[in-house]
Design a protein around this ligand. Structure first.
Ligand code: ADP
Ligand code: MG
Length: 615
């Protein structure tokens, strides 16, 4: 039996691991390294170069070297466009509104670039375990990745020749790596500070079950920002010492940032370090060198505000989970940037406890994915992984309302069905608009996709029963179907057009919904009143047609006036709630009179009918 390997496909670095004994272990790549930079150089002709070599080539061949492609994988162009200024590559719109990466001027799908990284990790695993010994892979993604981003990640795996058994959330994987999920109940905070992104997740862990309760983060905050701060200081010093302003020079910038990163990493273990950059720039007087000493204290001073931002995210994740810092039992440090002593110190202060650092922070996510791989492959403990939907999912209904089918924070995998009907007679098709969000009106939420259920048989309004079923699988991928019960007609969609949703965006949308809650509730109430008026009017009109002459002239006049009042109100602008209630009341009074007439007419017919009952 082969193995199911675990892969942390990171923005900056990727790692592959396996559980083939008692504990999961990291597998080294062809260069003997445990961590592989997620960087790919696509030579004009010839094989792609991946990892540390590609990263070094970035200096020489920047136009064909792609880093941080995870930032755009599975996104729509419109979502990625605002990031464009911060991306280390140019992007183009695909025919279907997605994103391609421009390598020179050639458009390449992000999945293809990620596939090169995954293929290298697959080779590393095969070299370590034996060819043919890799049966499948578990790949991790950030908890806030939406459906489209997960599907694109899965596609990247398939392109790399991996059988992707499951996509799991990075914080969940981290918890598994720390050995959680098999014995006791606890509440866990996973603090993940990587190269380009930061996120924090609050998990509920109990034996066999791990649930993501909330997540918050900043996708524009990572170790790169620390490097940039140090690099800026170095370039300022260069300007002061030589009068040469190299801040706009890309090649110099890259060399200085690399030196800054090395210094930062050294300062994790030593209190001061020397930075030397010979022949950095030159002017008429000859080449200029940069030489300086950087202390840990100085570095901490430079990046205090960056660390403050991570702590603010912790506050918001706790708020969303409805917990206080003191209620967290374990704090796990994940991601290379948590090695910075200041970061660990601030986290300890905030949570009031020492974070757990027993697992290497760069490797924890891959190790946890390997644990899950072993479970799926029938090895190791039975840990079931449960995650939650970050936002509610539902459909647009009459009057532009958002009707939830799956509530926010529901544990996945899950499915739910709600039954809807038509609003007008002989409606032959219904359009299903699938939305995600927390607002009461459809237009304030995010449209994930739409499809039509057509070919309905002619039926009176409200007669058809249409079951709309939402299901979210263990990978967080959403499918929606609509079935008309009498004919069995079905239409369905798998959501591939879902737009990018960042942890900070989820938090923003939820906060926005909270702020708007009162106004939203009022508007929803109003639309529901209006819908009730319309439904009552249509029902009364249909009843009048059915009963025909059974309705007396007086009642008919009464009913017609109520209908006219309703029509006038429905034809115009939305009015106040009380007016809708009055008009509905008038329709109901008329309907009661109509039913009295119907009963009277039936009794008369029975009395007149031959053989009928006699009084
Ligand atoms: P990602 O999850 O974003 O792919 P990682 O978790 O591998 O990234 O984190 C990469 C970041 O960690 C880089 O910015 C790197 O400079 C930083 N890093 C790695 N080791 C150290 C260290 N010893 N001290 C400080 N930062 C470090
Ligand atoms: Mg990571």
């Amino acid at each position: 039996m082969g193995h199911i390997i675990g892969i942390d496909l990171g923005t900056t670095n990727s790692v592959v691991a396996v559980l083939d004994g008692r504990e999961p272990r990291v597998l080294v790549n062809e260069e003997g390294q445990r961590v592989t930079p997620s960087v790919v150089t696509l030579a004009v002709d010839g094989a792609p170069t991946v990892g540390a070599v590609a990263r070094r080539q970035g200096l020489m061949n920047p136009a064909r070297t792609i880093a941080s492609v995870k930032r755009v994988i599975g996104r729509t162009y419109d979502d990625a466009q605002p990031l464009a200024g911060r991306l280390p590559f140019r992007i183009a719109r695909t025919g279907s509104g997605g994103v391609d990466v421009l390598v020179d001027d050639e458009a390449v799908a992000p999945e293809l670039i990620s596939a090169h990284v995954l293929a290298k990790l697959k080779r590393a695993a095969e070299a370590a375990l034996g060819a043919g010994e890799v049966d499948g892979a578990v790949i991790t993604v950030p908890a806030y990745f939406d459906d489209a981003q997960r599907q694109a990640t899965r596609r990247a795996g398939t392109i790399a020749g991996l059988d992707v058994r499951r996509i799991i959330n990075e914080p969940t994987a981290a918890a598994l790596a720390f050995g959680l999920g098999s014995s006791r109940d606890c509440r866990v905070a996973v603090f993940d500070f990587g190269g380009g992104t930061f996120d924090v997740s609050i998990l509920d862990v109990s034996p066999g079950v791990i649930e993501v309760r909330s997540t918050a983060g900043d996708t524009r905050l990572g170790g790169d920002d620390v490097d940039q701060r140090v690099a800026d200081a170095l370039l300022t010093q260069l300007l002061a010492e030589t009068g040469i302003d190299a801040r706009a020079d890309r090649a110099v910038g890259q060399r200085v940032r690399d030196a800054a990163e090395r210094a930062k990493v050294e300062l994790t273990t030593v209190p001061e370090t020397e930075i030397q950059l010979p022949f950095l720039v030159a002017d008429a007087t000859g080449p200029k060198h940069l030489k300086t000493t950087l202390t840990r204290a100085r570095l901490e001073h430079m990046i205090g505000d960056l660390v403050d931002r991570t702590i603010e995210c912790c506050e918001s994740a706790l708020r969303d989970a409805g917990l206080r810092a003191a209620e967290i039992d374990e704090v796990l440090l994940v991601g290379g940037s948590t090695r910075i002593p200041l970061v660990a110190r601030r986290v300890a202060e905030f949570f009031g406890r020492e974070p757990n650092r027993t697992v290497n922070p760069d490797e924890a996510v891959a190790l946890g994915a390997a644990v899950q791989g072993a479970v799926l492959g029938g090895r190791g403990v039975d840990v079931v992984l449960l995650d939650v939907t970050p936002l509610s999912l539902g459909v647009e209904t009459r009057g532009g309302l958002f009707t939830r089918v799956i509530e926010r924070n529901t544990v996945i995998p899950t499915s739910a069905t709600r039954t809807f009907s038509t609003v007008v007679d002989d409606q032959r098709a219904i359009s299903v608009q699938v939305l995600q969000g927390e607002r009461e009106l459809a237009r304030d939420n995010r449209l994930l996709g739409a499809f039509e259920l057509a070919g309905l048989p002619p039926m009176p309004a409200a007669a058809p029963k249409i079951d709309v079923r939402f299901s979210i699988d263990a990978n967080g991928i959403v499918s929606v179907s609509a079935t008309e019960r009498s004919t069995g007609k079905v239409a369905e969609t798998r959501l591939t057009g879902a737009t990018g949703l960042e942890a900070d965006e989820v938090a923003r949308l939820v906060a926005e919904a909270e702020r708007a809650e009162r106004a939203d509730r009022e508007r929803r109430g109003l639309i529901e009143r209006r819908n009730a008026l319309e439904a009552t009017q249509l029902a009364l009109e249909r009843r009048l047609v059915t009963l025909g002459d059974d309705v007396t002239e007086v009642t008919l006049d009464f009913a017609q006036r109520a209908v006219a009042g309703s029509k006038a109100a429905l034809g115009g602008e939305v009015i106040d709630e009380r007016r809708y209630i009055e008009l509905t009341g008038a329709l109901l009074d008329a309907a009661a009179a109509v039913e009295d007439d119907a009963i009277g007419a039936a009794a008369r017919r029975r009395g007149a009918a031959p053989g009928g009952e006699t009084g």
